[in-house]
Each structure stands twice: as structure tokens, then as C-alpha cells.
Design a protein around this ligand. Structure first.
Ligand SMILES: Cc1cc2nc3c(=O)[nH]c(=O)nc-3n(C[C@H](O)[C@H](O)[C@H](O)COP(=O)(O)O)c2cc1C
Length: 330
């Protein structure tokens, strides 16, 4: 199955590994690219030295295209320049309008995907020269830019950006989702939560077991609950002991929340993880990981088993093919 997005980015299948800070290992990014999809690695939260190391490592693992994701709420031209010096082919920008980052990435020879939460945001980035737009629906796990669900957002963004390929994100976890996204005019899908259960993902076992057990009812969208380290950034996560405690307190505001200041886990280097911190529960953490921000999208009910990243890519594509055939035969 090939689409305009595949042609533009030189890949075989219209499946993008959504950038997921803290849990997207180099091995996962490379495995998705090796399977014919497009692996994206978020490297905005690491030093530029670590960024370079990670990019070089991924290049050892794959000779296929992959990309680096940068967060415009923590803008760093040093990070972008390091990517360009390392000849990263694709730059993914999210959270705020891309401004000079987009032009600089393009001038440096990279292709740019901009993640938008509504059609106006998407159109503005398209006019600046983005090569593709990711339309992130409200169902998405992690930080969620907009307030519109994928079903309404995808066609709105497709209509707004003209010929530029649109990648659909949010609640898409299997081939039925890919078929639906293509039907709505998208050119690829951007899948996060499903890949948290990839064998190569760097997720903590307690996080994984909660993901595998969760239904579509088990996530919630919060304006500013897990906000330590990244304020004013709405997000979607699994309900857990922290969200329950906060709900039971009557949703007290910042500064009065129950257990604020609790250290609930620590990193392998001894760093403290606070109860209301914005932190992916990665494999290296120890402590009460269940209390941390267990990011997940509403498509979590479709995450049923641990599989290799390549099996996930191929299953999504084959199931989408079969779904489209079935629809045409009706
Ligand atoms: C654990 C986790 C971490 C995330 N980190 C990032 C990030 O660093 N950069 C980014 O652009 N999006 C991030 N996101 C959002 C994803 O890129 C994507 O939009 C979302 O996962 C798509 O929805 P889905 O989870 O329903 O597939 C994250 C999502 C999750 C679940």
C-alpha cells in the first residue's frame, strides 16, 4: 500500500511511529523504518550530544529514512542544527507554530512534518512550506494540542492544506483505523499508543501491564494535571492512583493538590520523579510507577499483546488492505 506520503518520504508503508519521549528507543525507531514505515524519535528533551549519539546509533540500525521530533515549547536551534549536521532526513515539529525552525530545517535539506491541532494551525504551517501535516485528534495519548476528535479533524485539515499529505493521529491503533483515515483523506497514520506494546519500546513493565488491561474508558484528558516540567500543556493519560486522588480531592488547583511534592519513583541515575511530573514511565524507573503520568490514547483498548514493531506495522497495513477490500465488496 503506497500513498503520496510514502512517495514524499521515500517509505513503503503509510505508517508512522509517533514520537514518544522517554519510551521510543533507538531500536524501536529503526525497527519501524526497517519494516517500511517511518520511525520518529523525540530528542528535544536530551542534550545535543545525546541527540547526536542517538541519531548515529539509529543510522547503524537502519539505512531507511527516519526523523527527529522537536518540541516548539522548548525551542532549541542548537538541537535543530545538530540534526541537520547529522543529516537527519525528516524533522517533526510540534506544539507551537514552527516559525523559523521550519524554514531552517528545509534550507538544511530536511523534510518537515508539522503536528497541528486544528485546520488553521495546519494551514499556516502548510503555507510556510511544511512537507506534511500531522493532524492530531483529541483521542491521542500524551500531550494533545487541540480539542477536536480525529473523525472531524482529519477532513478539516485535509480541506485546509490542499495537496500536502496529511497524517492522521489519535486513536488509530489497527488497520481499520488506517483504512478509515485514508477514507477521510489522510495519506498515512501516526500511531503512538499501539507501539507502546512493541517489544522494542522502552516502557516500564507496570505501565505495559496497565496498557494491556485498559479499555477505551480508562484514559482521561487533563488540562494541567501532570504539569511539573511542562506546564500549560493538556494531555491524555490512563486513570491511576494520582488521578483518583486528585478527583477525590475535588480537583484542587496547583499548589493544593494532594500528595504534591511526593517523590513516587526514581530514574536509573538517581533523579527524582514527582507525583504530578510530566514523565513517561520508561523502563529504567524504579518505585511506584503506577502513580506517574501513564500516557495513553483512547485506542488503548486495541492494544492487546506485545509484538515486534515490524509485526505491528505489517499487521496494520494488511488489515487496512483487507478492510478496504471488504468495503468495496459490499
Ligand atoms: C508516551 C507518549 C509520549 C509522547 N511524546 C511525544 C513527543 O515527545 N512528541 C510528540 O510530538 N508527541 C508525543 N506524543 C504524542 C504522539 O506523538 C501522538 O500524537 C499520539 O500518541 C497519537 O495518538 P495515539 O496515542 O492514540 O496513537 C506522545 C504520546 C505518548 C503516548
Amino acid at each position: 500500500m503506497s500513498t503520496k506520503f510514502c512517495d514524499t518520504f521515500g517509505i513503503e508503508h503509510p505508517v508512522v511511529l509517533a514520537p514518544m519521549a522517554g519510551v521510543a528507543s533507538d531500536a524501536l525507531v529503526a525497527a519501524v523504518s526497517n519494516a517500511g514505515g517511518l520511525g520518529l524519535t523525540p530528542l528535544w528533551h536530551v542534550s545535543t550530544d545525546d541527540l547526536r549519539t542517538s541519531v548515529r546509533n539509529i543510522k547503524q540500525l537502519t539505512d531507511k529514512p527516519f526523523g527527529v521530533n522537536l518540541n516548539m515549547d522548548f525551542p532549541s536551534l542548537e538541537h535543530l542544527d545538530a540534526c541537520l549536521e547529522e543529516e537527519v532526513e525528516v524533522i517533526s515539529l510540534f506544539w507551537r507554530p514552527p516559525g523559523e525552525f521550519l524554514a531552517r530545517a528545509k534550507a538544511g535539506g530536511a523534510k518537515v512534518v508539522y503536528s497541528a491541532g486544528d485546520a488553521a494551525d495546519a494551514k499556516a504551517a502548510a503555507e510556510l512550506g511544511a512537507d506534511a501535516i500531522c493532524a492530531q485528534g483529541w483521542e491521542a495519548g500524551g500531550h494533545v494540542r487541540g480539542t477536536v476528535g480525529s473523525m472531524a479533524l482529519i477532513p478539516a485539515v485535509v480541506d485546509a492544506v490542499g495537496d500536502i499529505p496529511v497524517v492522521a493521529a489519535g486513536g488509530i491503533a489497527d488497520g481499520r483505523g488506517l483504512a478509515a483515515a485514508l477514507s477521510l483523506g489522510a495519506s498515512a497514520v501516526w500511531v503512538g499508543t499501539r507501539f507502546l506494546a512493541a517489544a522494542e519500546a522502552n516502557v516500564h513493565p507496570d505501565y505495559l501491564s496497565h496498557l494491556l488491561a485498559a479499555s477505551e474508558n480508562d484514559t482521561a484528558h487533563f488540562d494541567d494535571l501532570f504539569d511539573i516540567g511542562w506546564p500549560d500543556a493538556p494531555h491524555r493519560a490512563l486513570n491511576n492512583s494520582t488521578t483518583k486522588m486528585w478527583e477525590e480531592s475535588g480537583r484542587l488547583p496547583l499548589g493544593q493538590r494532594p500528595g504534591e511534592g511526593d517523590v513516587v519513583a526514581s530514574t536509573s541515575t538517581g533523579g527524582e520523579v514527582l507525583r504530578y511530573q510530566s514523565k513517561s514511565p520508561s523502563g529504567d524507573l524504579t518505585g511506584n510507577v503506577e502513580a506517574i503520568s501513564m500516557w495513553a490514547g483512547q485506542g488503548v483498548s486495541m492494544v492487546k499483546e506485545v509484538q515486534s514493531a515490524s509485526d505491528i506495522v505489517l499487521e496494520i497495513v494488511n488489515e487496512a488492505d483487507a478492510t478496504l477490500q471488504r468495503i468495496l465488496c459490499r
